[in-house]
Design a protein around this ligand. Structure first.
Ligand code: TXA
Ligand code: MG
Length: 351
């Protein structure tokens, strides 16, 4: 398949890039799969109402069929055909955070494709806050089922180039709207219980959610390192976000970080170092270290925005092993550490 690439204006695509948006929307209407930017990561979209179209997503990504998809919408009226019996809490969360990086797991209606939900009786829905995603849905008139637009197991794409790296010739097209903003996927919240439960930490923090609805729980499977409990979000059980070289999280002082790096170098390893600008600067004395910066400690949203690009960048180096700095698990740090722990397969070296 010849993958089309459309560069579009990301501020006002309908006004400035209508022909490109229309071509992409037409392909979606014809049941094809098209990648597009959202405010979190690039999504791989297909008509959520067509089984044939949805199956193409699983095929292109190599995604296990037991991992359900998020349906993207542009207006709340679209919920009518998709979900039912919404709680007060669900309404409050939508009003507060949509459009934005929050996915709600809701009781699904009869007739929603079993391929989208992987046979579950709930449906994950979100309203993205990105003009390009919204334009595609407005012009096509379709709700779009869309996972992140990476090959299964790879870091999620934050640029059109990342999507092209993984999916060229496997999908009908890529709408290039530049780099995404948040850089990590949406927060997934189960709203089928009285107290909502975070199934995947993401762009909206627990603190922000609690500011709107009071108590919010966290899926116990997210809290245990050895993951004895089965996650309620099927996708959370797979290894993810991993570059080719093994990743180890290093927890401890700057001195311990540096000693860990030097020890591995003395064993003959080519070491990669994933850390913030400040930490890399402090370790500047270490020779032959391949450092890739992910943002600044002063603002963890910059780390979230840079993380996946940094993980991918190690694949064009010759490192044998990657050591990563760690972050405190509060605010955006929770989502960052969740992704880093998965990239590392939970391998942690502690001081
Ligand atoms: O930011 C995002 O959410 C991006 C952009 C493209 O919107 N999408 C995304 O989709 O990250 P994906 O497929 O990579 O991750 C969706 C996650 C998976 O962990 C999946 O198992 C979970 O949501 N999920 C989907 N439907 C669910 C359901 N009914 N119940 C529980 N978890 C569900
Ligand atoms: Mg994904």
């Amino acid at each position: 398949m010849n993958t089309k690439l459309w560069a579009v204006d990301k501020e006002n695509p309908i006004k400035h890039s209508y022909p490109q948006i229309k071509q992409a929307a037409d392909l979606l209407e014809q049941g094809e799969v098209v990648a597009f930017p959202t405010e979190t990561v690039y999504g791989l979209g297909a008509n959520a109402l067509s089984d044939q179209a949805v199956l193409k997503i699983f095929e292109a990504k190599g995604r296990p069929s037991d991992n359900p998809l998020i349906v993207h919408i542009t207006k709340q009226e679209q919920l009518t055909g998709l979900v039912d019996n919404l709680t007060q809490t669900a309404h409050k969360l939508m009003d507060a955070f949509w459009p934005g990086p929050l996915t709600l797991v809701l009781p699904k209606k009869e007739g929603v494709s079993q391929y989208v939900t992987a046979g579950l009786d709930t449906l994950a829905v979100r309203m993205p806050d990105h003009p390009v995603a919204r334009a595609l849905m407005e012009v096509s008139g379709l709700p779009l089922a869309a996972p992140s637009a990476n090959l299964s197991g790879k870091p999620s794409p934050t640029t059109a180039a990342h999507v092209a790296e993984d999916l060229t010739d496997k999908i009908a097209g890529i709408v290039d709207g530049g780099a995404t903003g948040v850089g990590l996927e949406s927060t997934v919240v189960d709203c089928t219980t009285e107290i909502p439960v975070i199934l995947r930490p993401g762009g909206v923090t627990k603190e922000q959610l609690e500011g709107v609805v009071g108590k919010v729980d966290v899926d116990p499977a997210l809290l245990t390192e050895s993951s004895t409990s089965k996650p309620k979000s099927p996708g959370m059980k797979y290894t993810h976000y991993a570059p080719v070289a093994p990743v180890f999280l290093v927890e401890g002082s700057q001195q311990f970080l540096e000693e860990t790096i030097i020890k591995a170098q003395n064993e003959g390893k080519k070491v990669g170092f994933l850390a913030t600008e400040e930490t890399i600067l402090k370790a500047a004395g270490i020779k032959e270290l391949t450092s890739i910066a992910c943002g600044t400690q002063a603002d963890l949203t910059t780390v979230a925005a840079r993380l996946y690009d940094a993980l991918r960048a190690f694949n064009s180096t010759d490192v044998d092993i990657i050591f990563s700095e760690t972050f405190s698990k509060t605010g955006m740090g929770t989502a960052i550490m969740n992704r880093l722990e998965k990239a590392a397969g939970h391998k942690v070296i502690k001081e």
